[in-house]
Write a protein that binds this ligand. Structure first.
Ligand SMILES: Nc1nc2c(c(=O)[nH]1)N[C@H]1C(S)=C(S)[C@@H](COP(=O)(O)O)O[C@H]1N2
Ligand SMILES: [Mo]
Length: 408
C-alpha cells in the first residue's frame, strides 16, 4: 500500500466502520434537532476530494528539505499529515550517533546490575509474551517553529509492557533507577569543569523504577504493524508514551538497574531545561531562581499543519502533543481575529497526537496568519513565544506557532 496515496473514497466500508457511521448519523440527526449542527466534528483530515486543494504555506525556509538523501535524520513534512498515524516511511528519525544494524538472530536484550538474575531475552522471547499496542505521538525536545515542527510523528507501536519483562527478571531491594542503553555509540565530548574528555559513549537514558513499572512504557518491536525499521530502532526500542522522543531509546541493548540517579550525557547534560523563575529574569537578579530540569513529559503544544480549501470554506488542520492529560480546548486565530474553538478528532487516543480542525469561512485572497492554542484540563495553556523568553536552553519550545499562508 502506498501510504501517501489518499484513501479511495469509493472503497466499500467494512462492517465496523458501518456501525460507527450509523451511530454517527444518529448523533448527527439528534444534534440537528437541537440546532447544534455547527459543533459537529468534520473528520480532521479526510482524503482530498474533488474541488479541494491545500493552501500554500509561505513560511517554509528555502532550505527546508524533508527528503535529503544524504541525511540519516528524517524530517516529517507536516503539510502531508492525512490521518492519525504517520506512515513508517515518513516517520521522523533522529539520533546522536549512527543507526546501527543489529542482527535479529544474535540479538540479546541484557538485564544487568541490581537484578535477581542476569537474564537475556531474544527477540523471540519478547514476541512470545502477550503483546500490547499503543498509539504514541511524540516529538524531539528540539522540535520547534524554527525547524518547521518536522521532528514529530505519531505511530502505532506494538510490544510488551516493560513491567511484565522486569517482573520476570526481578530486582534487588536497593534498585531505584532503570538505565536503558542503545547499541549505538560514538565519540563524544564529556565535559567536567574546565576539562573536556573525548570518549567513546553509548546512548543511555534512564527512568525511575517507579516510572518504568507504570503500565505505559513498552519494549516495542513493531511500528504500524510491521517490524521496526533500522531507522526507528530495530529490533527493539523503548516507547515511553507521553514523553519527549529522547526517552524512546532505539536499538535497545541493555537494561541496567542501579540505586543512584543516572547522570549520563543524554540524561543530565545534553537534555535539560534551564529557566528563570521569579524576580525580573535578569541574569544577575538575586530574586530570579535559575531552575534546571530533566527532559521528561511532553509540554502542551499545538501546531497548525495544513489548511485545505473545501467548497467555500477552508479547513484548518493541526495536531496537539502532550503527556496524555485530557484537553479542555484547542482554539484557532486568524490574523487579528478572536480565538475560535476548533474540533478535536474522534479518533484521537490518550497518547496519540491529537488532530484538530477548524472551519474557516470567508477567507479572503492574500496572505494570512493562522495560529492555534491548546489548553488542558489542569489549566495549562500553551505559551506564546514571548512567555518562553526566560528559558535559556532551546529544548521544549512549545510556543504557539503563527503560520503564514496564502489564500488563492
Ligand atoms: N539508541 C538511541 N535512541 C535514541 C536516540 C539515540 O541517539 N540513540 N535519540 C533519541 C531522540 S533525541 C529522539 S527525538 C528519538 C527519535 O525517535 P525516532 O527516530 O523514532 O523518531 O529517539 C531517541 N532514541
Ligand atoms: Mo530528540
Amino acid at each position: 500500500m502506498n501510504p501517501t496515496k489518499p484513501m479511495n473514497p469509493t472503497k466499500p466500508m467494512n462492517p465496523t466502520k458501518m456501525t460507527t457511521t450509523t451511530r454517527r448519523q444518529a448523533l448527527l440527526d439528534a444534534m440537528k434537532a437541537t440546532a447544534l449542527l455547527a459543533a459537529i466534528p468534520s473528520w480532521a483530515v479526510p482524503a482530498l476530494a474533488e474541488g479541494e486543494a491545500d493552501a500554500e504555506f509561505t513560511d517554509y525556509p528555502k532550505t527546508f528539505n524533508p527528503n535529503n538523501p544524504n541525511s540519516i535524520t528524517r524530517l516529517l513534512d507536516i503539510r502531508k499529515i492525512d490521518g492519525l498515524i504517520t506512515p513508517a516511511d515518513q516517520f521522523f528519525a533522529i539520533q546522536h550517533f549512527n543507526q546501527p544494524e543489529v542482527d535479529p538472530v544474535a540479538y540479546r536484550l541484557k538485564f544487568t546490575g541490581m537484578v535477581r538474575k542476569d537474564v537475556q531475552f531474544t527477540l523471540e522471547d519478547l514476541k512470545k509474551m502477550k503483546p500490547v499496542d499503543v498509539i504514541a505521538g511524540y516529538e524531539c525536545s528540539g522540535n520547534s517553529p524554527r525547524g518547521m515542527q518536522a521532528l514529530s510523528s505519531c505511530g502505532k507501536f506494538t510490544g510488551v509492557p516493560f513491567s511484565a519483562v522486569l517482573k520476570q527478571v526481578g530486582v534487588t531491594p536497593k534498585a531505584r533507577e532503570v538505565v536503558f542503553f542503545g547499541s549505538d555509540h560514538g565519540q563524544q565530548d564529556v565535559v567536567f569543569r574546565q576539562q573536556t574528555f573525548k570518549l567513546e559513549q553509548q546512548f543511555g537514558r534512564s527512568l525511575t523504577l517507579e516510572n518504568a513499572m507504570r503500565p505505559e512504557p513498552i519494549l516495542a518491536y513493531a511500528l504500524n504493524g510491521e517490524p521496526l525499521t533500522r531507522r526507528q530502532g530495530f529490533p527493539v526500542r523503548l516507547i515511553m508514551p507521553g514523553w519527549y522522543g529522547v526517552a524512546n531509546v532505539k536499538w535497545l541493548a541493555e537494561v541496567h538497574l542501579q540505586e543512584d540517579r543516572y547522570v549520563g550525557n543524554y540524561q543530565a547534560r545534553w537534555y535539560r531545561s534551564l529557566k528563570g523563575v521569579g524576580g525580573t529574569g535578569e541574569e544577575t537578579d538575586p530574586g530570579t531562581q535559575w531552575v534546571e530540569t530533566e527532559i521528561t513529559r511532553l509540554q502542551l503544544k499545538s501546531v497548525v499543519a495544513r489548511v485545505r480549501k473545501s467548497g467555500t470554506a477552508h479547513n484548518v488542520i493541526g495536531f496537539v502533543l502532550n503527556d496524555g492529560t485530557p484537553l479542555k480546548s484547542v482554539e484557532v486565530k486568524i490574523d487579528d481575529g478572536s480565538w475560535q474553538k476548533a474540533t478535536l478528532d474522534a479518533k484521537n487516543t490518550k497518547f496519540s497526537w491529537k488532530l484538530f480542525s477548524y472551519k474557516w469561512e470567508g477567507a479572503t485572497p492574500g496572505e494570512h496568519t493562522v495560529v492555534s492554542r491548546v489548553t488542558d484540563m489542569e489549566g495549562a495553556v500553551q505559551p506564546e513565544a514571548g512567555d518562553l523568553k526566560r528559558k535559556k536552553t532551546f529544548l521544549q519550545d512549545n510556543s504557539q506557532h503563527p503560520r503564514k499562508i496564502k489564500i488563492a
